[in-house]
Design a protein around this ligand. Structure first.
Ligand SMILES: [Ca+2]
Length: 111
């Protein structure tokens, strides 16, 4: 991220904005003062997009030239790019957990 006011002007308003994502889990996701069924889809969205949004945050904050070249910014949180990255990440986690489960099962069965 830009370190001073001159950098903000140079990079433009998209790169100068504050990170809009809530990185900490709060059960009351819609901030209406109660934990209800309306919060559940927000929980699912929050956890599903976490990996993709995290990579977008990393690129935007720490690899600014790459993010700028690919026109990646905080505006991409929860979007197609984040969804694709998140899907790949969750599938990799799913396959890893499945492989570990099968390996442990084989080990207990003496195979
Ligand atoms: Ca709520």
């Amino acid at each position: 991220m830009p370190n001073n006011e001159n950098d903000i002007v140079e990079l433009g308003p998209v790169f100068a904005q504050k990170d809009p994502r809530n990185w900490e889990f709060h059960a009351d996701m819609n901030h209406d003062g109660a934990i209800t069924i309306s919060d559940v889809d927000n929980w699912a969205e929050w956890i599903f997009f976490y990996p993709g949004d995290w990579l977008i945050k990393y690129l935007t904050n720490d690899m600014n030239a790459v993010a700028r070249f690919f026109e990646i910014s905080y505006n991409d949180y929860g979007g197609l790019l984040s969804g694709i990255i998140s899907s790949v990440c969750w599938l990799a986690i799913l396959f890893t957990v499945g492989a570990i489960t099968l390996a442990v099962e084989d080990w207990f069965n003496g195979k």
